[in-house]
Design a protein around this ligand. Sequence first.
Ligand SMILES: [Zn+2]
Length: 274
Amino acid sequence: MTAPTRKRPDVNPQILALHDLQVQDRNLTILEHRLSNIPAQLEELDRDLSTLADMLEAERKRLDETLAFKRAQEEQMAEEQRIVQESKAKMSQVQTTRELSALQRQIETTKRMADARAQEIAKIEESVAAVEARIAEMEAALDELRAKAEAEKAKLVDSQGTLEKKVARLRKKREKLVERVDPELLRTYDRIRRRHGGIAFAPASEERCLGCKMRVPHLVYAQLVKGETIPHCEYCGRLLYWAGHFPEEAERRRKREAERRERLERAGDDSAGT
Ligand SMILES: [Zn+2]
């Protein structure tokens, strides 16, 4: 939220106006960024779903192929059994021992083939059961993911609507804020803002630009403290103000920084203490 600017005769009103604008633009940038990320998040949810659906489809295709193979094996086995029956029926008609033993050999061979095929079919049935179980698992997972994705999407679409409203409100508010800023200064500010992705008016503290952490020359810093002019940072080109003119903001920044360090220290980062 934009803090109301108190009357401060000691500071150039352009500094106050630009600061109000910067606070507002910072929020606007964050919201716009969040808003612009939503379509990608929605797409990602759809992508996850379609990946799982494709895997399921492939598994179903494999099952169909296995079942077709099983049917072919069963037909083959039925044919072999028919041959065995037919050969057995011929036994009574054979004339010679030679013919008889040839027929017996044929029956034995065909029977062995049919037995091997029966074992093969049993194996296929096992793998069919495994694939069916996998498909059932995937269907359940897909249902669960779909339900989650739908809830997630609804939430995203909802927050998209909220964000759009907020952004529209902030843009309208911005129109009012820019009226207070000198047009040429505003052009410079907007140009730097585009280049630096949001922050064009940076605080300086302890003779450093907090935008780029580089040192601000002593004389420039003295000007900043006076609060009359709005110089650029020599390194990053941002417009500068003295942090001391906005003590509440400086306090918030100190708190944020302390929290950040604490988080880093908890994460065991050695560089956090420096
Ligand atoms: Zn800088």
